[in-house]
Design a protein around this ligand. Sequence first.
Ligand SMILES: [Fe+2]
Length: 393
Amino acid sequence: MKRIPLLLCALLAAGAALGQTARTVLGPYLQEVTSDGFTVVWTTDRDAVAWVEVAPDDSTHFYAAPRPRHYDSHLGRHRISRLHRVRVEGLRPGQRCRYRIVQQAALDDRGKTRLGEVSGMDVYRRNPYPAATLDPSRPQTDFWVVNDIHGRDSLLRLLLGDAARERPDFICLNGDMTSSMESEEQLARGYLTTLSRLLSPAGIPLFFVRGNHEARGSFADRFCDYFPSPTGLPYYTFRQGPVFFVVLDGGEDKPDEDLAYGGLAAYDAYRQQQAEWLRGVIRSDAFRTAPYRIVLMHMLPADGRSWHGEQQIGRLFVPLLNGANIDLMLSGHYHRYGLYEPGTRGTDFPVLVNSNSDRLCVSAAADGIRVRVIDPAGKALHEHLFAPRKAAR
Ligand SMILES: [Fe+2]
């Protein structure tokens, strides 16, 4: 008779302990990588305080010394949230390190916050994850591009299955990764869990280019929460190796007044605002002095049959980009491969459009920008070498 209450007590104790632990649901994945830092993003199944512990990239065990903690803090307090974005900065260009994520459940105890159990990545049986800052002094950069996945997680696994072995510097998600943004669970199921599992153990970061389908759905306003950038906006720049990258957000494809947007669209003004920002970028020394300039944008400049969004891109962005020594624009949106030579889209630079089922493997080095289009079976479908533009003049 006495054994039943004891068993019950043990089960209740285990349940209480379980209830005080925040478990990782999504991630971690690397965002907002710059030459002096990076941001680690992940989510937990309940509110928690979270931090990242960082160790140097050396032969010491993670447990060899106390590792500095970097918290997700806001207004002087450690943030309590299910979504965790921890910025690690103050690093050198090209600096490598190792990290683990840690979280502590935040419990509501009659109006006061009490912190529960600490849990995090296992760095005893498994290696901590690597991370590295960008390095503008490197003579070469290699990166991959996928786009228009529309939640086809199984395709993504085929396209990026070799990433950990081949180690591109980063993966560019060039828009429309799902058909709309509806919830964290939908993003996780559609692509983010797969990206985290394939890329984070190898320290490969993501650079997200917002597509028109990321502008749709009840979760669309959360885009920058899950994909932070150096500007805090979906348009931003970064430099890796010899390339200065300009990430643009083309917005929606139809007119703002279209029935599809339910009165919520304001993309004309958004693109105008972005054009003013782009004008400043093009004047900057960092842009002008880089050996190469690549524009990453989901939609591309208009031709005669284009919808409103592409026409606006042609009117607002192209006059600024022409004459600015752009070497290449990489786009998606059409779900089919295409190479548009200078002049065919009103641009003085080539525009390469990736299909919705292949990946681009891009390598920029002294001899030019080499782009290979690789299908899910690993077969090369197209290959181009864009010669250094400045040298050609
Ligand atoms: Fe699209």
